[in-house]
Write a protein that binds this ligand. Structure first.
Ligand code: COA
Ligand code: AMP
Length: 610
């Protein structure tokens, strides 16, 4: 395995070679390319210019929401990133300092990430659909020296005032960043509060371009917060060396994109997919990456994806299944494809949630190219399974075969490997390959407890599934309280904490229920305090989750019930609640004495029967 990754590491420029490919001296921790020095921004940007490809387009910004398109060459990108890095340096940002980025789908977000990488600083991008309280929690954990934001993000029906949300978040946070760099967008200008707030264009104009600072391969490149099982998000750490190697490798071997070709990931910078495959992966490969500020449907219609693919000559794209479900619902016959030339398209990759075979087959028939479901997590930063085009055929319902470097096993509750075809927990035998999280930010103990303690010698993915006789992996469900809503990873535990904070709520459960479009949506089940006013409680609870978690939670369904069903030991019967709410067959579990109450509850949870 080490020889394999050593070969893969040749795709990256190193300022100093590593002493050891893999260091497992401090189990269960593992470090890749120890002793090696490099800079990720140099590898993603400068080296392509140095190699004579400065005129090649690095980013195509396509925004139906702003009514704007822009092409940025590698040379322009290098120059703008170097100036921005110089500006950040003038604000005191140095190697190892953290910078929180709260920005929409515009090229400047990628530039902010790359400028941090250039200085050896650690960026932490927060998704714009999260509420200020979520941003505040991340600021307190990452303790950034600087926050970078835009004045606004654009959603189809509204302008999201990002800077105002930052102001609210910083008024809640304990940590005080020294500076806030604000990019003013024409659609909405923000008020700046001196001396903390500085205008992006002013600070950049005065800046000296900064060179790339070489860092250790094991130095963190970024921290990306993802939902854990509590309200406290997990700071997934990504190192510089292993990450660059893994992304360069996967762009070539899984996505099969050549330097200079146009690649499109329709996701958001705020998710791992955006980090890996809007910014770093395509640039490390010297490809052109599309930054799309729009939706699959409604900007202006369900033909938007076809337009982008045709107009920019996309060879391969990546999105979440929910996007194609939305397109299919709006345009089942693919009429909006008419007159659009998709001849350069070779494959479509889907991830973030399981892709139902119906949608996959529909999209394949329509587009005439392989549609490939593949499985990964924020923690791994790259696919664990896939069906690389030309290597193996797609098997509908499966997320593909195991990718190099991942020793995937299916385990039973005792940690024993189960036979092929049997469902169990999907676990990866240690060490994890390059690019996977080496730890959690400032929390080695939580890293070990969350991922490495369930099964000795394994990383648990917290996904359940099975492997068929031919080695195809089927990912079926999470084993914890994480749900995937329109490809967004959310914690029902976290929503439950918010719901429980309402003064009228005595008890509550938040579960994920099936949704035709978003895959899954959360549903709140409430028991109200005796004598508490009931009017408007459901609406208030919905508003509270939107305000504290964010609109992205899509928390819109609430049911009030007389009591929650429990086991004899007092645990809420969540699985049974889920089965009921989905209209699936359910049985009275042996662990409960509440059979009568369960029968009465079932009709309350299914909207059409109420
Ligand atoms: N900033 C602010 N608000 C945002 C936002 C952002 N960046 N992104 C979404 N929201 C808001 C939406 O406006 C919506 O608000 P509303 O309740 O007022 O309508 C809410 O959050 C829910 O959004 P979403 O569920 O994402 O629906 P959508 O119609 O806005 O977008 C998709 C549909 C398919 C484009 C979107 O869900 C998506 O991109 N999903 C894929 C996620 C992904 O890439 N996951 C990674 C794996 S590939
Ligand atoms: P995230 O960390 O946001 O990428 O979410 C990771 C989780 O999304 C995984 O643990 C799975 O539960 C789910 N997921 C991602 N891709 C797939 C897929 N192709 N099939 C099934 N589930 C997936």
């Amino acid at each position: 395995m080490e020889a394999f990754w050593e070969r893969a590491a040749r795709a990256v420029d190193w300022a100093e070679p590593w002493d050891r490919v893999l260091d497992c001296d401090r189990p269960p921790f593992a470090r890749w390319f120890v002793g090696g020095k490099l800079n990720t921004c140099h590898n993603a940007v400068d080296r392509h210019v140095d190699a004579g490809h400065g005129d090649r387009v690095a980013f195509i910004y396509d925004s139906p929401l702003a009514g704007e398109q822009r092409r940025i060459t590698y040379r322009e990108l290098r120059d703008q990133v170097a100036k921005l890095a110089g500006a950040l340096r003038s604000l005191g940002v140095r190697r190892g300092d953290r910078v929180v980025i709260y920005m929409p789908m515009i090229p400047e977000t990628a530039m902010a990430m790359l400028a941090c990488a250039r200085l050896g600083a650690v960026h932490s991008v927060v998704f714009g659909g999260f509420a200020p309280a979520q941003l505040a929690a991340r600021v307190d954990d990452a303790e950034p020296k600087v926050v970078i934001c835009a004045s606004a993000g654009l959603e189809p029906q509204r302008i999201v005032p990002y800077k105002e949300l930052v102001d609210q978040a910083l008024s809640m946070a304990r940590h005080r960043p020294a500076r806030c760099v604000v990019l003013q967008r024409k659609e909405h200008r923000a008020t700046l509060h001196a001396p903390r707030d500085v205008d992006w264009s002013e600070v950049v104009e005065d800046a000296e371009p900064a060179p790339c600072v070489m860092v250790d391969a094991t130095d963190p490149l970024y921290v990306l917060y993802t939902s854990g099982t509590t309200g406290h998000p997990k700071g997934i750490v990504r190192d510089n060396g292993g990450h660059a190697v893994m992304l360069a490798h996967t762009m070539d071997r899984i996505y099969r994109v050549q330097p200079g070709e146009v690649w499109w990931t329709a996701s958001d910078f705020g998710w791992v997919v955006g980090h890996s495959y809007i910014v770093y992966g395509p640039l490390l490969r010297g490809a052109t990456s599309i930054i799309y500020e729009g939706k699959p449907v409604g900007t202006p219609d369900a033909g938007a994806f076809f337009r982008v693919i045709a107009e920019h000559g996309v060879v391969s794209m990546f999105t979440a299944p929910t996007a194609y479900r939305g397109i299919r619902r709006a345009d089942p016959e693919g009429e909006l494809l008419a007159g659009k030339d998709l001849s350069r398209l070779r494959a479509v990759f889907l991830a973030g949630e399981r892709c139902d075979p119906d949608t996959l087959v529909w999209a394949r028939r329509l587009l005439g190219v392989p549609v490939i479901d593949h499985w990964w997590q924020t923690e791994t930063g790259a696919p664990i399974t896939a069906s690389p085009p030309g290597e193996v055929p797609v098997r509908e319902g499966s997320a593909g075969i195991v990718m190099p470097g991942f020793d995937l096993q299916v385990l039973d509750a005792q940690g024993a490997e189960v036979p092929r075809g049997t469902v169990g927990t999907l676990a990866i035998r240690l060490p994890l390959p390059p690019g996977c999280l080496p730890t959690l930010w400032n929390d080695d103990a939580r890293f070990v407890k969350s991922y490495l303690s369930d099964f000795a010698g394994y990383y648990t993915t917290s996904d359940a599934g099975y492997v068929d006789a031919d080695g195809y992996v089927f990912v079926m469900s999470r084993t914890d309280d994480i749900i995937n809503v329109a490809g967004h990873r959310l914690s029902t535990g976290e929503m439950e904490e918010v719901v429980a904070s309402h003064p009228a709520v005595a008890e509550s459960a938040v579960i994920g229920v099936r949704d035709e479009l978003k895959g899954e949506v959360p549903m709140g089940i409430l028991v109200l305090k005796q004598g508490a006013p009931t009017d408007g409680v459901a609406e208030e609870v919905i508003a509270r989750v939107r305000e504290r978690v964010g609109p992205v939670a899509s928390f819109k369904r609430v049911v009030v019930v007389p009591a929650l069903p429990k086991t004899r030991s007092g645990k809420t019967l969540r699985r049974t609640l889920r089965l009921m709410a989905n209209g699936d067959p359910w049985e009275v579990p042996a662990t409960t004495e509440d059979a009568g109450a369960l029968d009465a509850l079932a009709p309350l949870l299914i909207p059409e029967r109420r």
